[in-house]
Design a protein around this ligand. Structure first.
Ligand code: NAP
Length: 280
């Protein structure tokens, strides 16, 4: 079975519309961009479109593509301090080999709607209820919940250990009482480890790495990967056609995790605005 991420995204959007109306003011999102990367530009345009449809006031803040860490940090902090702004995100790739960890701490945790501040990851690890996980990792859990997957005591295997996907997804699965294994590029016999999973999350960035050989019959497979193809298309980390024959359910790419991620990010902006109430 293919899991329909777009349908879930539409349901989440409908729920958000009601919450935004109840706020009485438009939640504000600032998107800081210091790259001319084409896929980032596409993603930002899609965020702006979705925000507009929902009634979220999103704005793009462009920085030079050679901006240094101090400049990016200053822009993030200034955006967060601007009245009417409830959430701030920073697009990657960043110039000069900078990583999100180098600049993310300039976003205060209460406005860190995509979990870029290492403090947010720490809060997530500690089980703090208000921590914003990165939207992609949160989308993985939203999909599993929507599919009614019981995580308690189940084996979950996450392939990938990045701060934006693998680690936070593993922490969230652990918080939900799954028994979690995190794999990476040095994991020996990856197919054998993956085959232990009741829930398999692939967040690798390697086109169709996960074949049927990686999947236990009846497992639920969540494909986070988005890999550009030569013809301008998109392919995931999972060989969907073959894996579908073995798994109970699998998310497609496109139309799976990505669609839900955008709506989860918007839900974090709304939650940030709700928490701050009439402060701003
Ligand atoms: P990343 O920072 O490059 O991390 C990739 C992880 O995969 C690393 O932990 C790496 O191991 C591991 N890995 C690489 N090759 C491997 C192999 N052959 N076997 C096992 N593990 C391997 O990437 P990311 O930012 O987490 O993103 C992962 C994928 O998700 C990418 O395709 C990205 O485009 C996609 N993504 C999608 C969304 C969405 O909304 N759908 C959002 C964010 C990212 P090491 O740590 O040992 O290097």
């Amino acid at each position: 079975m293919l899991i329909d991420g777009r349908k879930l995204a539409a349901e989440l959007g409908a729920e958000l519309t009601g919450r935004i109306a109840a706020l009485g003011t438009a939640p504000g999102l600032a998107i800081v961009v210091a790259t001319d990367d084409a896929s980032t530009a596409w993603y930002v345009r899609s965020l702006l479109r979705t925000a507009e449809k929902l009634g979220i006031a999103a704005r793009r803040i462009d920085l030079p593509t050679d901006a240094d860490a101090a400049t990016i940090r200053a822009a993030l902090a200034e955006a967060a301090a601007t009245p009417g702004t409830h959430g701030v995100i920073c697009q990657t790739p960043l110039p000069g080999g900078l990583t999100l960890t180098d600049v993310g701490s300039a976003i205060p945790p209460e406005a860190d709607v995509d979990g870029a501040n290492p403090v947010s990851l720490g809060l997530l690890a500690a089980g703090a209820p208000d921590a914003f996980p990165p939207a992609t990792a949160a989308a993985v859990l939203r999909i599993l919940d929507h599919e009614g997957v019981d995580l308690v005591g189940r084996r979950a295997v996450v392939i990938g250990r990045s701060n934006v996907v693998g680690k936070p997804a593993a922490l969230m699965l652990l918080a939900r009482h799954a028994t979690v294994t995190v794999c990476h590029s040095r994991t020996p016999d990856l197919p054998a480890v993956a085959r232990e999973a009741d829930v398999l999350v692939a967040a690798v960035g390697r086109p169709e790495l996960v074949t049927a050989e990686y999947v236990k019959p009846g497992a639920v497979v969540i494909d986070v990967g988005t890999n550009a193809t030569a013809d301008g298309g998109l392919v995931g980390d999972v060989a969907t056609g073959a894996v579908e024959q073995v798994a109970a359910a699998v998310t497609p790419v496109p139309g799976g995790v990505g669609a839900v991620t955008t709506m989860v990010l918007m839900s974090h902006v709304v939650a940030a605005a709700e928490r701050r109430g009439s402060e701003r």
